[in-house]
Design a protein around this ligand. Structure first.
Ligand SMILES: Nc1ncnc2c1ncn2[C@@H]1O[C@H](COP(=O)(O)OP(=O)(O)OP(=O)(O)O)[C@@H](O)[C@H]1O
Ligand SMILES: [Mg+2]
Length: 258
C-alpha cells in the first residue's frame, strides 16, 4: 500500500507469528457456502445467503454495503465469533467450524485482532487493563511486566498514553476506538478484522488510525475491514460489496503502474 508508515510503528513492530498455510496456492481465509440465519419472533431471517469467499495471505480487503446488508455478519464469521448456520470457514489451514468454543477462543486470541463496531471494551477495566487482558492469549506467553510494557507501547502508538488509567466511560467514542485498536494489535496477530474502524472518528484521527492499519497490513499480515467510506475502501487491495446478504461485487483496486 502506498501509505506512509510512521517511525513509531516500526519501533514497536514485532516479527509476526508464522502463518501456517500448507500450500501457497491455498487461500489464507476460505469461506465455503457460509450462511447465517436468525430465528426471530417473526420467523427466520437470512442475514447471509450461502457465500464463498477466498482471501490470500497479505491482502487488504474492504467490505462495503448498506446498513443491514451482512457486513458485520461476514466479519464475525471470519473471526469465529459467530457460528454460521451452514458452510465451512478455514483460516490458515484451521477449520474453525470444527473447533470447540474453547479451541475457538484460544485460536482467536493467538491469531486474530478484532476491532468491533461497538468497541466492546470491558467497562470496569481501565484502557491499559483492557489492552493487558487481551495479551493473555498469546502463542508465546509473556510475563506480567512484559505484558504491561507491551500494552503501554500500544497505547502510545495510538496516542493514548496519557489516558491509560481511564475507564472506557471516561473516554470519548474515538478514544475508545483507539483503545480497541491497541487491544487488537497487542498480540501482533497475522489477521486483523476491523468493523468500521474510523466510523466514530474525526477525519484527522481517522487518518491516523488508517495509517496504523496500513502499517499493520504489511509483512504478510491480512486485514479485512468494513467501512462506509469510499475513500477508505479505495485504499484496500480489493473491495467486496454486500447487499441483502449476498456478495454482489468483488473488485481489485486499480492502481497506477508507475
Ligand atoms: N442477533 C440477531 N438476531 C436477528 N437478526 C440479526 C441479528 N444480528 C443481525 N441480524 C440481522 O442480520 C442482518 C445483517 O446484519 P449485519 O449486522 O451483518 O449488518 P451490517 O451490514 O453490518 O449493518 P451495519 O452497517 O448497520 O452495521 C440485518 O438484517 C440484521 O438485522
Ligand atoms: Mg455492522
Amino acid at each position: 500500500m502506498a501509505l506512509s508508515t510512521g517511525p513509531r510503528w516500526w519501533r514497536v513492530r514485532r516479527t509476526p507469528h508464522p502463518v501456517v498455510v500448507a500450500d501457497p496456492a491455498t487461500p489464507f481465509i476460505q469461506l465455503d457456502a457460509i450462511a447465517r440465519e436468525y430465528q426471530t419472533g417473526r420467523g427466520s431471517l437470512t442475514a447471509l445467503h450461502p457465500t464463498d469467499l477466498a482471501i490470500p495471505v497479505g491482502q487488504t480487503v474492504a467490505i462495503v454495503g448498506p446498513s443491514g446488508s451482512g457486513k458485520s455478519t461476514i466479519l464475525n464469521v471470519i473471526a469465529g465469533i459467530d457460528r454460521p448456520s451452514g458452510g465451512r470457514v478455514t483460516i490458515g489451514g484451521t477449520n474453525l467450524t470444527a473447533l470447540s468454543e474453547e479451541g475457538l477462543t484460544r485460536w482467536r486470541g493467538e491469531q486474530v485482532g478484532i476491532v468491533f463496531q461497538f468497541f466492546q471494551l470491558m467497562p470496569t477495566l481501565s484502557a491499559l487493563e483492557n489492552v493487558i487482558l487481551a495479551s493473555e492469549f498469546r502463542a508465546r506467553p509473556l510475563g506480567a511486566g512484559q505484558r504491561r510494557r507491551r500494552a503501554l507501547e500500544l497505547l502510545e502508538l495510538v496516542g493514548l498514553s496519557d489516558l491509560a488509567d481511564h475507564l472506557p466511560s471516561e473516554l470519548s467514542g474515538g478514544e475508545q476506538q483507539r483503545v480497541a485498536l491497541a487491544r487488537a494489535l497487542v498480540n501482533d496477530p497475522p489477521l486483523l478484522l476491523a468493523d468500521e474502524p474510523t466510523g466514530n472518528l474525526d477525519s484527522a484521527t481517522g487518518e491516523r488510525i488508517m495509517g496504523l492499519l496500513a502499517a499493520f497490513a504489511t509483512a504478510g499480515r491480512t486485514l479485512v475491514f468494513v467501512t462506509h467510506d469510499p475513500v477508505l475502501a479505495a485504499r484496500a487491495d480489493r473491495t467486496i460489496r454486500v447487499r441483502d446478504g449476498n456478495i454482489v461485487s468483488d473488485q481489485l483496486t486499480d492502481r497506477p503502474t508507475t
